[in-house]
Design a protein around this ligand. Sequence first.
Ligand SMILES: [Zn+2]
Length: 365
Amino acid sequence: MSFKVVCTKCNNPRKNEMEWKCNCGAPFKVVLYDKFKKDKIIKSIYSIWRYRNFYPYVKKEKIVSLGEGWTPLVKVKNNLWLKLEYLMPTGSFKDRGSSVLISGLLSELSNVKSFSEDSSGNAGASMAAYCAKAGVKIRVFVPEKTSGPKILQIASYGAQIFKVNGSREEVSAKAQEMSKEYTYIGHAWHPYFRDGIRTLAYEVAEQTNWKLFERVYLPVSSGTLLLGFMEGLRHMCISNVINSIPKVVASQTTQVSPVYRKLKNLHYSPPSEVKTVADALVNSNPPLLEEMTKIMKEMDGDAEVVNEEEIIKASILLARNGFYVEPSAAVAFAAYLKHLNENLIKKDEKTLIILTGIGLKTHFT
Ligand SMILES: [Zn+2]
């Protein structure tokens, strides 16, 4: 299987494996040449690496895995399913991206010593865990307000933590500044991270016997989940493995809603200070915004926003049913409840909610 890494804007190829963004300032993306084939799945492996054959830039012997993926798909009532992505080695869906990114980098770079990453918490914890497994040093830059349990988790894996007093963008800038000694591998920029999320689409398709849902709700911040999932759907669709694409609903908070606003052609000026229980959804100016709106238009996606009250209500309702997720994960469920309430979902439409992060790291009551 072959592939290339090119700029999302000017289509220029990546010149070397150390580059994390194009000279023109835009992010890179992975383009695959080969089709998805069911007989290429390695059915004896119960992790994302059962789809190893669709990751041509990863060498088998360089795979760094903690058993991520193959998460439960649970039917909770008629036409409603939950994908428990919070049951991952580090408690969030990010492990799909970290495992693929770290494995890909170790496959390509012969002399890797140290990485640097920026995160609102979950991605930092995930990257720190995979770097610990790989025996590579990592520096994680986080916003000052990152929750105590997330900081503790990152530190426990042995990563060096830098708290930055400023916006999510300023945290990114700090991590990139230090990139001379430490190779910058920001998950919101590096194409291999979101490429790892393709496995989520493959997995859901396989778990439903290739008959996907009509609707999928997922939370959106930096866009890695949305783009990776949709690229996975597109890959299976052009490979004639699935016949139709679900309506994917990008779920955001009213305060941090750049994708929703852009898709609906509404003006967006982010608040000077974001105050939300959804502390993983704080990227008001994501570098992948253009890519997200493009793919949503091409694949007929939709977007919704929910307020703080709706998020807390959805978090509690999930917990009362036994699903303990963080408020940022409940944002997708809150958007579903809103659409249900507004009669936007037809009775026979099978719906999936992606529950992204575990509740143990964030307080909401
Ligand atoms: Zn470019």
